[in-house]
Design a protein. Structure first.
Length: 246
């Protein structure tokens, strides 16, 4: 089957599987509710999710190969670099900047995603929300570490059991939404070193684990779910103490 036809079929399948708002609508809701002073996005591509950060939010987007043609937010800054290089530079200049909302949607491997999470958490504060895309692969092909389809999540789904094991202190919510789900992470701790210390161990343990629906279902079952509605996402933020109930 040609790639375009496969992609159209995949999109129809995820739309049927995940009724409710898509991930960008959820992100737009998060911007409205949290009104972040500083927003960080890892993986910008054409800038559709990055455009949800409106002035006066100071937005930083990081992507080694961005395809953005226009940015309307005068407070936005696009950094053409890998996330590792970006955080390396923050470390080098010893900045004390922190982000209020972070969206991780860069290189879709589990170890890079967890490194992005570790790094983002170091530049967070207890009121920060970190969101991660691509936790629901549609099928084994989309979950391959090497990209072989337009619809690609890589093996980011493996972060679910790893976070369950190594970061039970985080307050996590799994939102089943188009296109590939969204992980909400609150209760972050900028001083936590648990993921960094366990990196060799979890990479060795999970690198060769294949995607199967059963393995993914088991991983999903380890973490709390947030129904894909504005009300449920709002309630998650309220319970996590990130917004106050009216
Ligand atoms: C799925 S796209 C991002 C889509 C965008 N967040 C949206 O929802 O509109 C993934 C992007 O991650 C970028 N990327 C790949 N490796 C990266 C890395 N190491 N650090 C940061 N971004 C990376 C790619 O260049 C690509 O543009």
């Amino acid at each position: 089957m040609d790639l375009k036809k496969q992609h159209d079929e995949d999109r129809a399948e995820v739309a049927a599987r995940f009724p409710g708002p898509d991930y960008r609508e959820i992100l737009a809701l998060l911007h409205r509710l949290l009104q972040p002073a500083r927003y960080l996005e890892i993986g910008v591509n054409t800038g559709k999710s990055f455009a949800l950060a409106k002035s006066p939010t100071r937005a930083v987007g990081v992507d080694p190969e961005p395809r953005v043609t226009r940015i309307d937010n005068p407070n936005a800054n696009l950094v053409k670099a890998t996330s590792d290089a970006f955080f390396g530079e923050l470390d080098r200049v010893r900045t004390n900047v922190t982000f209020d909302l972070v969206f991780i949607d860069g290189l879709h491997t589990f170890e890079q995603t967890l490194r992005d999470l570790q790094n983002a958490e170091r530049y967070s504060h207890p009121g920060t929300l970190i969101c991660i895309d691509d936790i629901y692969p549609l099928h084994a092909r989309a979950a391959q570490r090497q990209r072989d389809s337009i619809f690609w999540t890589g093996d980011v789904w493996k972060i679910l059991p790893i976070l369950h094991t190594y970061r039970p202190d985080l307050r996590i919510g799994v939102v089943p939404c188009v296109t590939s789900g969204l992980l909400l992470i609150a209760g972050v701790n900028p001083r936590s070193t648990r993921l960094a210390e366990a990196e060799d161990q979890y990479v060795a343990e999970y690198m060769d684990v294949p995607f199967t629906t059963a393995a993914h279902d088991q991983a999903l079952g380890m973490l709390p779910h947030v129904p894909n509605t504005a009300a449920a996402v709002t309630a998650f933020l309220e319970t996590a103490g990130l917004v106050t109930a009216p």
